[in-house]
Design a binder for this molecule. Structure first.
Ligand code: ADP
Ligand code: MG
Length: 265
């Protein structure tokens, strides 16, 4: 089977950096998979997602989505993908209605169709009362729900989710996990990027761990557990990324709050 996403030797450096942020990523994703793309803050997860979305083009290497190099088909593939960005406060002045119907129309949907669909989805997430309110008045969790709805309105084949549950309450997270499982079961592909292991560990068919711009593990949760002899994904993650100093950092942090020294001098 052809991979639905193929990343070859991907390297990326931001202009103001001397070092590559991504240092040679190779990854093949197959249709119907839920990929958990995890790693510590600054590892390069969001950068990878933005490149896949065609938002950054000064990278080295090659990216194919739906079998075509994204540089050869910059527009068409975007109709078939959905994106929950990590940080999106650009549309604060629009109402939920304006934002969703605008996006739907960009995707070529009829106004009536988007409106009806958007309102039903807002109802299911229990935020329909704010449909005609400005997004600036939404709480963090409400904005996140709106972004999730926006990413799926046009029934995309691949979803790119960058920290999708930040700000969501526990019940909404449960609904969201079920939605993803159902979509993947129906053949949709989900690229789920996050620094939070909890949900990723439960829903991913395959977990890819990124550390310092490189993939340091790739397998099912069971396989990663087998390799590292650790119990939770958090422990595996700490081992793979070489992070074992949480206790001493926390001790130092609290000591400084108390007016003491961090014991490092
Ligand atoms: P992650 O999503 O894994 O936390 P990012 O991909 O956002 O990591 O960032 C990786 C690195 O690239 C970080 O060191 C970050 O500071 C840097 N970075 C991200 N975006 C930019 C940018 N627009 N310009 C310069 N550096 C950036
Ligand atoms: Mg990020």
């Amino acid at each position: 089977m052809e991979p639905i996403i193929s990343i070859k030797d991907l390297k990326m450096r931001y202009d103001n950096f001397s070092e590559n942020i991504l240092k040679g990523i190779n990854l093949q994703v197959y249709q119907g998979q839920i990929i958990g793309y995890i790693g510590p803050n600054g590892a390069g997860k969001s950068t990878t997602v933005k490149i896949l979305l065609g938002l950054l083009d000064n990278y080295e290497g090659s990216i194919k989505v739906f079998g075509t190099d994204i540089l050869d088909d910059k527009v068409e593939y975007k109709r078939r993908i959905g994106y929950v960005p990590e940080a999106a406060d650009i549309y604060d002045n629009l109402t939920g209605y304006e934002y969703l119907t605008f996006l739907g129309e960009v995707y070529g949907m009829e106004l009536n169709e988007v409106n009806e669909k958007a309102l039903k989805l807002m109802e299911l997430f229990d935020i329909e009362d704010s449909y005609h309110e400005r997004i600036s008045s939404y709480s963090k969790g409400m904005k996140q729900k709106l972004l999730i709805i926006a990413s799926m309105l046009h029934n995309p084949d691949i979803l790119f989710l960058d920290e999708p549950i930040s700000g969501l309450d526990a019940n909404s997270v449960m609904i969201f996990k079920e939605i993803l499982a159902k979509l993947a079961h129906d053949g949709k592909t989900i690229f789920y990027s996050s620094h939070i292991m909890e949900v990723v560990e439960k829903i991913s068919d395959r977990i890819v761990v990124l550390n310092d711009g490189k993939i340091v593990a790739d397998g099912t949760f069971e396989e990663l557990k087998e390799q590292s002899k650790e119990g939770s994904l958090q422990e595996i993650f700490n081992q793979l990324t070489g992070f074992t100093s949480h206790k001493s950092i926390a001790d130092d942090f609290v000591n400084i709050i108390y007016g003491g020294s961090d014991g490092r001098e």
